[in-house]
Write a protein that binds this ligand. Structure first.
Ligand code: SAM
Ligand code: SF4
Length: 479
């Protein structure tokens, strides 16, 4: 067991170092050490996840580990013996939510002094956040980062036995660790990591610091995982990475992502999605594979961030607005039914009215089905955080509102095209709002609410679209 008081704190400076060193892939590293094996027996854990799909997938690993230690899961904080928040650092408001939550949960400790609080994920990788937690949030007992989830049993044991704060965050990513336990939260849809980390260093983004350098999993490991998911009845996999189309570069696989996608398609699982794909790495071979296989879904998340080439250059995105449009045109030419979603940042330092107008023009060009839109949030340690910013907050907010109005317009317009058409829907279950109505997603990633009889969760059914809303479609089963 590690000694206590042996704090290992993060450093953003160390986290930005990239070396050519090949990353080790460990297949047999994880084993529950003897004293941790039954640590959870008679105890419950509560796990809350913030942020992106990478965090969702990490939480499935964390839950898998805790269940192996004998814990049971609860959805109620008041019942828990261990509360763990898996956090996101991508914008300040994501962090504020977590800090607020920590404040609210504090009172539970007065009722149950043995209650353990843990914080992990991207916030744990930030120096200033860990310092803040140590100073102002004494209720937090355990902090660990994104690179040492496999160390959770020892760290939790240490914190519980010594009743002293335990902090272990690696700044440098370690090995790729295979065969960690996993408790999948979905019964028919699964996340599959194909790579970790990001080497793009967009100037506004904290992810390359919190998630480390790009490391690909071996193709055989990924294919074996997907084969097993198919064999156990899963209908859909989403291939995950900050930059899925950089897959294989570190393993010297030529055309890595297109090759992997084709091999995954051949397994024959009914639906394959992937996220996120960076426009710079999006090859024509990828487009051909998506077009060729019916089980690769025609829905692409293609973050644009800005429609202005000057702004894109300062953001470090590596493409111009013309190159992005040309990529969009090439995709649509080969996959005419493809839907597009995107991410857009407004109010980047010194963004002019004209530059913002170019972003609106880009939305007019691509007519996105969905856009995640954000006001720029400075992240300590990134180059953009050192840029002076002359755009007042009310201008940023007004731009966000104008952008959202336009996005809503196109979403609605695109949805109208489906009225009278039949789409294939993977059934998630009964709708959260109405227990007479089912919900699920079409191949194009449209949320469909529909009625029908003898419908089962996990079925793929044909639905006739009768009516549309801005963000969903209504229909009835026709088969
Ligand atoms: N790897 C993905 C990519 O390149 O598009 C995205 C990862 S990031 C978690 C998701 C989105 O958050 C980004 O596409 C960007 O729009 C947004 N984002 C990242 N850093 C941001 C910041 N400092 N302020 C506002 N939005 C930010
Ligand atoms: Fe962040 Fe850019 Fe990497 Fe996406 S590609 S995670 S936006 S640095």
């Amino acid at each position: 067991m590690p000694k206590n008081n042996n704090f290992r704190l993060p450093s953003l400076k160390d986290a930005q170092i990239r070396t050519k060193e090949t990353v080790k892939i460990e297949h047999n590293l994880f084993k529950l050490p003897e004293p941790t094996r039954n640590l959870g027996v008679g105890r419950k854990f509560f796990l809350r996840t913030y942020g992106c799909q990478a965090n969702e997938r990490d939480s499935e690993t964390i839950a898998g580990i805790l269940l192996e230690m004998g814990f049971t899961r609860t959805d109620f904080e008041e019942e828990a013996d261990f509360i763990l928040l898996n956090t996101c650092a991508v914008r300040k408001n994501a962090e504020d939510k977590v800090l607020g939550e920590l404040g609210m949960l504090k009172k539970l400790k007065t009722k149950n002094p043995d209650l353990m609080f843990g914080l992990c994920g991207c916030m744990a990788q930030e120096e200033e956040i860990v310092q803040l937690l140590l100073k102002k949030y004494p209720q937090v007992d355990l902090i660990f980062g994104t690179h040492n989830i496999h160390r959770l049993p020892e760290l939790l044991y240490n914190a519980m036995m010594t009743k002293e704060k335990t902090v272990e965050v690696y700044s440098k990513e370690g090995e790729v660790i295979e065969n960690l336990p996993v408790k999948r939260f979905g019964k028919h849809k699964a996340w599959v990591n194909i790579m970790y980390g990001c080497d793009k260093f967009c100037t506004y983004c904290i992810v390359p610091y919190t998630r480390g350098k790009e490391r690909s999993r071996l193709m055989n490991d990924i294919l074996a995982e997907i084969q097993e998911l198919k064999d156990t009845g899963y209908k859909e996999v989403t291939l995950l990475g900050q930059n899925v189309n950089a897959y294989g570069k570190d393993l010297d696989i030529e055309n890595g992502f297109a090759t992997l996608l084709e091999e995954v398609a051949k397994i024959g699982i009914p639906r394959i999605r992937f996220t996120t794909s960076h426009p710079w790495d999006f090859t024509d071979d990828m487009i051909d594979v998506i077009a060729k296989y019916n089980n690769v879904m025609p829905a692409i998340h293609l973050p644009v961030q800005s429609g202005n080439s000057g702004m894109l250059k300062i953001m470090g995105r590596r493409y111009t607005s013309e190159e992005y449009k040309s990529l969009y045109d090439r995709i649509i030419a080969k996959i005419p039914n493809c839907t597009f979603s995107t991410d857009i940042i407004v109010g980047f330092p010194n963004e002019t009215d004209q530059q913002f107008q170019d972003t609106l023009d880009m939305v007019d060009y691509c007519k996105y089905d969905l856009a995640y839109t954000f006001i720029y949030s400075p992240r300590e340690g990134t180059p953009a955080a050192r840029m002076e910013d002359n755009v007042p907050m009310d201008v940023k907010s007004e731009r966000l509102q104008r952008l959202n109005e336009k996005v809503g317009l196109y979403s609605n317009m695109n949805n109208q095209k489906y009225v009278g058409k039949v789409v294939r829907v993977l059934v998630d279950g009964l709708s959260k709002k109405n227990d007479q109505v089912y919900s699920g997603y079409s191949e194009e990633n449209k949320l469909i609410n529909f009625t029908g009889s003898q419908v089962q969760e996990g079925d793929i059914v044909k639905v006739l679209i009768t009516d549309v809303k801005s963000w969903s479609l209504n229909g009835e089963v026709v088969e």
